[in-house]
Design a protein around this ligand. Structure first.
Ligand SMILES: Cc1cc2nc3c(=O)[nH]c(=O)nc-3n(C[C@H](O)[C@H](O)[C@H](O)COP(=O)(O)OP(=O)(O)OC[C@H]3O[C@@H](n4cnc5c(N)ncnc54)[C@H](O)[C@@H]3O)c2cc1C
Length: 505
């Protein structure tokens, strides 16, 4: 076993949030930071994969929220890294809805179904609001009478409206703040290139490789012992790391799993908040063909398969705009369908996807030559794709998840109050956590100066009362009064709780 190494801060996770937190700390003089990453790469849910001779994005694919009143910081990073991106226009997708016999629904029917689905969604939203405020009432009746999707086209549109993207509830703050445009990243260097570029500004690199020994790969954190004196972190390979603080930037799915044990255990209000957040599983399945057989051209990038089973191979995209001649299709599955395909063989998934495509484009289309099925749910370092707070959430759940506990700080996209679920949410959450920790380090310094001064003043008094038999250390520790760090740097303002005094074991 390695002997424990001590640093100021340990950051668990080298995704966008862990890295942006590290950047804030290191650039503000807290250089003895250790970043422990379970996998062998940075990026987490930003992850490229070689497929069909190209680099495709298994995780985040779009920069969402561009063209609004504020500039999206991830868009800025993309510009700085010269990332190749393409504007995605989803508005035509609803006019490319195929039934199981390969006919495209007339645009009038599609528009009507879409309008009905939006109205029904609005009714449901009002019902949830009414339920949470007044316990229902007239709106409840209205919502009950509003139609539940039944036909394949209704089910398909309902899936697009509710399951396809949209990690935030309405109104979508990303769109409000940064704009409604979305850009697909289609760059051989991958979306992750912007992270390498950012990390290169504060970590040591050589020939484009991150070689800083503060960044440690294949370090799966399994146990976190914490007290008012700091943290001891144990990794699966038997290493032990000590620090004054830890930033935990692992996903909400990992927090919900039992991968990391806390000693003492987290208090109940924290674990309850963690369990309340939904985890969306979002799976992009890639298929490579010998030639293309789907329509291309303006307004044809996205198409929809209407099936009687909700979410069954519903949403499709061709890659011809971004990579002409690539002959690659992507189909998106979510939640239960994602979990179902993760549990079966890729051969079975290929058969199902080909079935959907043959329904839409006929029996003579060629067989796919390759398939890639990411498994975000079964990945123990992710356990899902992104957080999804209940539509009507007063923000308390996210604030409870984010609230620091003594020396443990929480970060990650799921701690972003306005942009949870997105890359920019993770990026901004990391910056916020880094700044909160800097403030706490500063306060801790002030506290120890104060306590040193008190010792200095007390010494003559101790001499007079004949207590000089006490050592200086005894005197100092008796003065500290065991005041732990303030729990809430944000969130429960005005009601700081002293975590180490009430840990519910
Ligand atoms: C399929 C998919 C599609 C998406 N599409 C988009 C999109 O188009 N646009 C968008 O903006 N966002 C999208 N997202 C969401 C976006 O990718 C995330 O919000 C963001 O990348 C999260 O960053 P993070 O740093 O919070 O977490 P992560 O990237 O998950 O980083 C956490 C890190 O912690 C590590 N870790 C976990 N457990 C341990 C442990 N025990 N010890 C040590 N390390 C550990 C993980 O390996 C990981 O590297 C998508 C996500 C997925 C999965």
């Amino acid at each position: 076993m390695e002997s424990p190494s001590r640093s100021s801060v340990i950051i668990v996770g080298a995704g966008v949030s862990g890295l942006s937190a590290a950047k804030v700390l290191i650039e503000n003089g807290v250089e003895d930071v250790v970043i422990l990453e379970a996998s062998d790469r940075i990026g987490g849910r930003i992850r490229k994969q070689d497929f069909g001779g190209l680099s495709v994005e298994l995780g985040a694919g779009w920069i969402v929220g561009v063209g609004g009143r504020e500039s999206n910081p991830v868009w800025e990073l993309a510009q700085k890294s010269n990332l190749r991106t393409f504007f995605s226009d989803y508005s035509n997708a609803r006019f490319n809805i195929y039934d199981q016999s390969g006919k495209i629904f007339p645009s009038g029917i599609a528009a009507d179904s879409y309008k009905k689905a939006v109205e029904s969604a609005m009714q449901k939203l009002k019902k949830s609001e009414a339920d949470s405020c007044y316990g229902g009432g007239d709106v409840t009746k209205a919502a009950e009478s509003s139609s539940t999707p039944k036909t394949p086209i209704e089910l398909a549109i309902d899936f697009i409206l509710h399951d396809f993207e949209m990690p935030e509830g309405e109104p979508i703050s990303t769109f409000q703040d940064f704009g409604e445009r979305e850009f697909l990243v289609a760059d051989e260097r991958g979306y992750e290139h912007l992270l390498y570029k950012m990390a290169g500004e504060f970590l040591f690199t050589s020939e484009g490789k991150l070689l800083d020994n503060r960044l440690k790969f294949n370090k799966v954190v399994r146990e976190l012992q914490h007290s008012r004196n700091g943290v001891t972190v144990m990794t699966e390979d038997g290493c032990v790391y000590e620090a004054s603080y830890v930033i935990l930037s692992v996903s909400i799915g990992v927090l919900q799993s039992e991968l990391i044990a806390f000693n003492p255990p987290l208090p109940r209000w924290k674990t309850e908040a963690i369990q309340k957040c939904d985890v969306i599983v979002y799976t992009k399945i890639f298929l490579k063909f010998p030639y293309k057989f789907w329509p291309c051209g303006p307004g044809k990038e996205f198409f929809i398969y209407a099936h009687e089973r909700r979410g069954y191979y519903t949403f499709w995209q061709h890659m011809e705009n971004a990579y002409p001649g690539s002959n690659i299709l992507v189909v998106t599955l979510t939640n239960e369908e994602s979990k179902r395909v993760e549990a079966q063989s890729d051969k079975e998934t290929l058969k199902e996807a080909m079935g959907a495509l043959r329904d839409m484009f006929g029996l003579n289309i060629p067989e796919a030559t390759d398939i890639f099925v990411p498994r975000w749910w079964n990945n123990r370092f992710q356990r899902g794709s992104y957080s999804n707070y209940p539509v009507i959430s007063n923000g308390q759940v996210v604030r409870d998840i984010k609230a620091p506990l003594g020396c443990i700080f929480f970060s990650g996209e799921h701690t972003s109050e306005r942009y949870s679920g997105y890359v920019h949410g993770g990026y901004l959450a990391g910056i916020e956590t880094g700044k909160a920790l800097l403030e706490e380090i500063e306060k801790e310094k002030e506290r120890s100066i104060e306590s040193e001064n008190q010792t200095f003043l007390l010494e003559p008094l101790l001499a007079l009362t004949g207590s000089l038999s006490l050592t200086q250390n005894d005197a100092v520790s008796s003065l500290k009064c065991d005041i732990p760090r303030q729990l809430y740097l944000s969130g429960k303002v005005g009601a700081p709780e002293l975590y180490y005094d009430y840990v519910d074991l």
